[in-house]
Ligand binder design. Structure first.
Ligand code: ATP
Length: 512
């Protein structure tokens, strides 16, 4: 099965089993907006809890807040979002569809790269064991010609984007002879800048001063509360403020399921440090954040750092943690050393002094900031795509199983009476009543036990407990393990401890 087919299957699996639904589906959906169902919201909450605990519980110098989505409009002037939070946009006059100019070019490059990969695959087949890929790429004339095209387009695009030269960007699209995938024509408008913030209006003000923005990131809520938290919490630098919350971006190209949405959630932590110490903290957080990802067990080879060569004017180091999604390596988290840019800008725009008095150095300064910023939904997608397996069983059947880390699994344990008989039901209910105080459980008595196991596999429940007639006399149940499908007889009294040992959030937190 190709990655594309697997991804399609995953999307329908997540819908069928209550993880993710297209928003407003009975009205044909709303593009790039998704709702989390009964399983998806449990999974998402577990991921958020894992992140929150890793920040706030494990670090005595990090505290969490919950600031509002609406903020004073001047904040977005100060942060630079009103003037510079733009994407270059281009319309096709025939299809009336809108595209991101840089994405059209990226797609063009991806097509050429696919051609190169095909050429390499041909070479591998032809030369078999003697194939040396590096040498082939460096000498094959077809590969060299295509690679030259890629390099040229990349370079021109980077220059045009950097110089904010929209005419050059349009010219590049024309020169590459890019056609609209829908109309098939090259009838393009000029490239324009498009601000990604959604705006709305305060009820009691009728003019422009009442314009409010839905926040495009949660970080600004942290910066503007810096003094409040530092003073009320008597925080000493270095310290961090963490927050989880919704963010909104009017993305032009929204695709790849929950990877790029118009309403999404972020988990951000701003770490305030002494000027001059930021690069040390930057590498600290770079390493810590990767460890956080690796602990979930999605696979070491699936992550890579992408250090930014071109930095925003206020940053002095930046890296992305990229994850190998079913559609390739893409940004999952950003780690940025943002100097004193944000706090200084708020100091300037608000007219308030935003500084920290350092008792050890006996001076006041605007702290520097290292931020870690990760999308909840992209993490959910990473977890879902790594967990999803289709397995052929010995009896020829296939099972779909979500191999979540037990601490992240939406349901921890399913309690199942073998058959629908009163004494089994009441024994199972008793077990459920005890376990449900600590764990998210499901109780099911309908269908054969095999079918019930399959349903639990499909939602990733690590344990199933089956109550049978022997249970009544020996106080033991059959415990089935999701991944191995092994079954063992355990006493009811041991159940809680066995489950706890595997599903506790501790199993993740102790690894980082
Ligand atoms: P991209 O380059 O993919 O647009 P970005 O660099 O604009 O992302 P940041 O502004 O650094 O993203 O936001 C931090 C994190 O928020 C990202 O790493 C990503 O996980 C998440 N994120 C950003 N935009 C979206 C979106 N439209 N949908 C879902 N998650 C998002």
């Amino acid at each position: 099965m190709t990655q594309e087919e697997l991804f399609k299957n995953l999307i329908s699996h997540t819908k069928e089993y209550g993880f993710i639904f297209p928003s407003s589906e009975i009205y044909d959906g709303l593009s790039a907006v998704y709702d989390y169902g009964q399983m998806g919201s449990e999974l998402k909450n577990n991921i958020k809890r894992y992140w929150w605990d890793s920040m706030v519980k494990l670090n005595q110098n990090i505290v969490g807040i919950d600031s509002c989505i609406f903020m004073h409009p001047k904040i977005w002037k100060a942060s630079g979002h009103v003037d510079a939070f733009n994407d270059p946009l281009i319309d096709n006059k025939d299809s009336k569809k809108r595209y991101r100019a840089d994405v059209l070019l990226e797609d063009y490059i991806a097509k050429i790269e696919a051609k190169i990969d095909k050429e390499v695959a041909k070479g591998r087949k032809k030369f078999a064991d003697n194939f040396d890929e590096a040498q082939f790429r460096a000498t094959n004339p077809n590969v060299l010609r295509e690679q030259k095209k890629v390099d040229e387009v990349r370079e021109k695009m980077a220059k045009a984007l950097n110089d904010n030269d929209l005419a050059a960007l349009k010219q590049l699209i024309v020169d590459c002879e890019i056609v609209d995938p829908i109309s098939g024509t090259r009838n393009w408008t000029d490239v324009r800048q498009f601000n990604l913030m959604f705006s709305t209006q305060l009820g009691n003000i009728s003019d422009e001063t009442g314009t409010l923005y839905l926040r495009p990131e949660t970080a600004q809520g942290i910066f503007v509360n810096f003094l409040n938290v530092q003073k009320s919490g008597r925080m000493k630098i270095p310290f961090g403020i963490a927050q989880i919350g919704k963010a909104f971006r009017n993305e032009i190209v929204a695709r790849q399921f929950i990877f790029r949405m118009r309403e999404f959630e972020q988990m951000e932590m701003q770490f305030f440090v002494r000027p001059g110490e930021e690069l040390e903290w930057f590498s600290h957080w770079k390493q810590k954040r990767l460890a956080w990802h690796l602990a979930m067990g999605l696979g070491e080879g699936r992550y890579r750092y992408h250090d930014h060569e071109k930095l925003a004017h206020y940053a002095n180091a930046a890296t992305d943690i990229e994850y190998n999604f079913p559609f390739g390596f893409k940004e999952l988290e950003g780690i940025h050393s943002r100097t004193d840019f944000d706090l200084s800008r708020h100091q300037e725009f608000s007219g308030r002094k935003i500084q920290y008095f350092d008792p050890e150095q006996n001076i006041s300064y605007v702290p520097y900031v290292v931020e870690t910023s990760i999308g909840v939904d992209r993490t959910v997608l990473a977890v879902l795509s790594s967990a999803y397996c289709l397995e052929k069983l010995e009896n020829g059947e296939e099972r779909a199983v979500m191999k979540f880390h037990p601490a992240l699994a939406p349901v921890k344990i399913a309690v199942l009476p073998l058959v629908k008989k009163e004494e089994l039901i009441s024994s199972a209910q008793k077990i459920l009543d005890e376990l449900k105080l600590d764990f998210n459980c499901q109780y099911e008595e309908k269908d054969t036990i095999g079918k019930r196991y399959r349903r639990q596999d499909a939602i990733g429940t690590p344990y199933c407990v089956t109550v049978d007639f022997e249970t009544i006399s020996d106080n033991k149940v059959t415990l089935r393990h999701r991944d191995t499908m092994e079954q063992e007889r355990v006493s009811i009294a041991e159940l809680h401890a066995i489950v706890e040992a595997k599903v506790s959030m501790k199993r993740l937190l102790e690894k980082i």
